[in-house]
Ligand binder design. Structure first.
Ligand code: AGP
Length: 584
């Protein structure tokens, strides 16, 4: 998933585009580039690595013009190198394109265009867009005509912007991946994300699927892929998405872990009427299916237990990449969980559900995201912007909101949630001790996490955090499965995190810890009571078992974060990953 930005206005585009790219860097950080229309033609500057590397390219600051494009890349097709960095150019360099998505029929189109004499300079899928546009533009029926012909030849998912040396306007198109128009005083923007222009304006127009735009400094025209004009409403987006900064913290990830008590208080200040309406809708259908990807899928697993125990509703949980029309029918409510609201697998699951006549409900953090707009009803997570690629505060916020909904659908509010922010605060006070403890584990090649019942979702989440932040192989599992195979993996010193709050799973999980110890494992205990079986122990406050997962995950986030820092990884921008995955 990449970040694209286009700007056309009355100010120098270079600094404006750089600022937008910095804000969208969490979308991909393999390479970055921009193209500025100057009096001498299009000037393209690219660099491998982060936006900072681009900003330090010698000539960049000398380049100025009122129109430009920018891109930050997450490589899917073609290696991470300068040739494959965007913006990509037409044969004669008079046109530039920036693209986010995957063109699935690029090989066929590339062969056709090469036969017609086009020269390709990269091994990306995206480059076919600019050569196709160039081909149709040369037929001289104008940029809108060329754009319509181009989009109707492309297959896959795409959001792109094109700028021409000899044309005033820039053009763009959306099919799948997000594209947003920003209407500012000094000019207009086209970006993948509100963050791309939020510093300059809060007036946004969200392009729907299969729409194109011809954009001028202070006017625009939006049409569908047949060329029919489409009327649009301007949405005022929340400034809260303004300027997430690290403040005094060394990383966004640490800041977001330490922000959780405040985030949880905000989550609980939901619009009660909206929550009641959400609960009512969730109850209307005979069946409930929950879906999400990665950490959001783990929140779904927690929801399954809570809905069963609190609301007496049995739910299926399906990971979004495997979601299938067989899983649902017209009498199903589908609850989609997503921090970004732009995860392609979650959006595809949503489309499958809608096509099957289901009711789609969602819980999303990013206001105005595609999922929030495409759901029948959507509840905002309200945990504030999350920049670190590893989901932390959004996860505990998802669990808290799911608990609120389930209790509201069942026995009604039990107020037990109100004490959770302060309980999380008390666990965060262990941060320093956890940091010291982690030093003893950074040589490990494998890490295992075990738990039972509702706590299994936390074992899976702890392992995911360790993988994506420290790059140590990690696996979370049901403790009861150990003896059915994984126990063979345990040798002298193998670290195993045992999540073991004092509820009805306590004794059996403790027995598992003893079995692991007998095989030489180094056992880290996360529990309300210590025990000699633990080599290291992290205390957590006692709360109701169904709320304990919100607390238990916090030490696991810190273990993964400190392991990453001690191993010299960049916790905010883990290799090969991106904050939300907008391609399938
Ligand atoms: C979690 O730390 C990861 N960033 C990833 O697994 C993420 O949870 C997944 O891509 C889903 O993202 P979403 O919640 O924005 O849909």
């Amino acid at each position: 998933m990449c970040g694209i930005i286009g700007f056309i206005g009355d100010e120098n585009a270079t600094p404006i585009i750089l600022k937008g790219l910095r804000r969208m860097e969490y979308r991909g950080y393999d390479s970055a580039g921009l193209s500025i229309r100057t009096n001498e033609g299009l000037r393209v500057i690219k660099s491998v690595g982060k936006v900072n590397d681009l900003a330090n390219v010698q000539d960049l600051k000398a380049i100025s013009g009122y129109t430009g494009l920018g891109h930050t890349r997450w490589a899917t097709h073609g290696k991470v190198n300068l040739e494959n960095a965007h913006p990509l150019s037409s044969c004669a360099g008079e046109m530039s394109v920036v693209h986010n998505g995957i063109i699935s029929n690029f090989q066929t189109l590339k062969k056709e265009l090469e036969k017609e004499g086009h020269t390709f300079k990269s091994s990306t899928d995206s480059e076919v867009i600019i050569h196709l546009f160039e081909k149709y533009f040369e037929n001289g029926k104008g940029i809108k005509d060329a754009l319509l012909k181009t989009v109707n030849r492309l297959e896959g998912s795409f959001a792109f912007a094109i700028m021409l040396r000899d044309e005033e306007n820039i053009v763009g198109a959306r099919c799948g991946t997000p594209l947003i128009l920003g209407i500012g005083k000094s000019g207009s923007f086209l970006t993948s994300d509100i963050l791309g222009f939020i510093e300059f304006t809060d007036k946004a127009i969200f392009l729907e699927n299969k729409e194109i735009v011809v954009l001028g400094k202070h006017q625009f025209e939006i049409s569908d892929f047949e060329g029919n004009l489409v009327a649009k409403e301007v949405t005022q987006v929340a400034w809260e998405f303004g300027t997430p900064t690290k403040e005094k913290y060394s990383h966004f990830t640490l800041k977001e872990i330490l922000e959780q008590p405040r985030a949880l208080e905000r989550v609980l200040s939901q619009d009660q009427e909206q929550v009641d309406l959400f609960c009512k809708k969730l109850k209307t259908m005979a069946k409930v299916v929950i879906t999400g990807s990665g950490t959001s899928y783990h929140a779904g697993l927690y929801a399954k237990y809570i809905m069963r125990d609190k609301a007496k509703i049995s739910c299926d949980v399906v990971v979004s990449s495997e979601f299938n029309s067989q899983d649902v029918d017209h009498d199903t409510s589908v609850l989609v969980l997503s921090q970004s609201g732009e995860t392609a697998d979650a959006l595809r699951a949503t489309q499958i559900a809608k096509d099957a006549g289901c009711q789609v409900l969602s819980i999303v953090n990013v206001v105005g995201s595609s999922l929030a707009r495409e759901s029948d009803i959507s509840l905002p997570l309200k945990c504030g912007p999350e920049v670190g690629v590893a989901a932390t505060k959004s996860f505990t916020s998802q669990l808290a909101l799911i608990y609120l909904i389930a209790s509201r659908m069942g026995i009604g509010d039990d107020n037990m949630l109100a004490s959770i922010p302060q309980k999380v605060e008390s666990v965060l006070r262990e941060a320093e001790r956890i940091e010291k403890m982690v030093s003893g584990y950074t040589e490990a090649r494998d890490f295992y996490y075990i738990a039972r019942s509702i706590h299994i979702s936390i074992a899976l989440e702890g392992a995911l955090k360790m993988k994506e932040l420290s790059y140590i192989h990690a696996e979370g599992m049901a403790a009861g499965e150990l003896k059915h195979g994984p126990l063979a993996l345990i040798t002298q010193g193998t670290p195993v995190v045992v999540i073991n709050p004092t509820d009805d799973t306590y004794q059996e999980t403790l027995d598992n810890a003893l079995e692991l110890k007998a095989r030489g494992a180094k056992v880290i205990g996360i529990s309300t009571v210590s025990n000699e079986v633990y080599d290291d122990f992290i205390p957590i406050p006692k709360v109701h078992p169904s709320l304990s997962p919100i607390i238990e995950v916090v030490p696991l986030q810190l273990i993964a974060y400190y392991a990453a820092v001690k191993m010299g990884q960049d916790p905010d921008y883990p290799r090969n990953l991106a904050k939300s995955v907008t391609v399938n």
